[in-house]
Design a protein around this ligand. Structure first.
Ligand SMILES: [Mg+2]
Length: 264
């Protein structure tokens, strides 16, 4: 009996040693600790991420069918692009595997490829809205220089209104409020779709973390109603506000996360 135990123990320890040898730690700790790779693989591979996106677009579908017009203006839906219509997770993976954060130069390289896939449910819903005579306005913080390639990327999937009039990029400021108002002047807005709360209301424009949470409660009735929210565990104002909108090193981010996380 003792001999059997000894043999099993030797085999187990050999397996453990082999496991450690096969997966050496190669990347800066901060990259993994900050969780970019983990959340990116969630976006790419978790059926639960896919289900959450489908759930969001199913609600959008329901709200569109229920919608009663209040004016004679043409009807519109305002949608964000990144992580709402287009999936940029390959860009996140590309950067993270090199131990790098987002930076504009590498981002422009990615968007120039016009190779992003769609977020689950987005294409079917936007096409359905178009069949109901609703115009889609893409209000995005992509920039003017990304106009042509972004429109081409949307066209790959035959998305409605993929044209110069409906693609509304960032000009000078990140806030989308002025651009939303411009659409509201000419159209009745049925709903807004986004993965970042600043896609919906100026209540969420560059606000501290606590205020974002308070304003979410104030807007509670709008979620799943006028505001359709997509999940984005990888990046967004939730992350920027955590770091107080400062540009931090991975080690500094790691310290902030450890200081903020609730444990017992
Ligand atoms: Mg977005």
């Amino acid at each position: 009996m003792k001999k059997t135990f000894f043999i099993v123990a030797v085999i187990l320890s050999a397996c453990t040693a082999k496991h450690i040898t096969a997966y050496p730690e190669q990347k800066p700790a901060g990259v993994l600790v900050n969780g970019k790779l983990f959340t990116t693989i969630f976006q790419q591979k978790a059926a639960e991420y896919r289900a959450l996106c489908l759930q969001a677009y199913n609600i959008a579908w329901l709200r569109l069918d229920q919608y009663k017009a209040t004016t004679a203006k043409p009807k519109a839906i305002i949608t964000d692009i990144d992580e709402t219509v287009l999936d940029n997770s390959p860009y996140e993976a590309h950067q993270t595997l090199q131990g790098k954060d987002y930076d504009p130069a590498s981002w422009y390289e990615w968007t120039a490829k016009a190779a992003a896939d769609t977020v689950p449910g987005a294409a079917a819903f936007l096409k359905y809205a178009a069949t109901k005579g609703v115009e889609i306005f893409y209000i995005t913080n992509r920039e003017e220089r990304e106009r042509l390639t972004t429109i081409n990327n949307l066209k790959t999937f035959n998305l409605p209104n993929a044209d110069d009039v409906h693609f509304i990029p960032k000009q000078t400021i990140s806030s989308k409020e002025i651009r939303r108002q411009a659409v509201a002047n000419t159209h009745e807005i049925i709903m807004l779709i986004g993965d970042n709360l600043a896609d919906f209301s100026m209540l969420f424009d560059k606000k501290p973390m606590a205020e974002r949470l308070q304003n979410t409660d104030i807007s509670a009735n709008d979620f799943g109603s006028r505001f359709i929210v997509l999940p984005n565990p990888v990046y967004g104002d939730w992350e920027s506000s955590l770091f107080k909108f400062n540009k931090l090193t991975p080690a500094q981010k790691d310290s902030v996360i450890r200081a903020e996380v609730k444990t017992y």
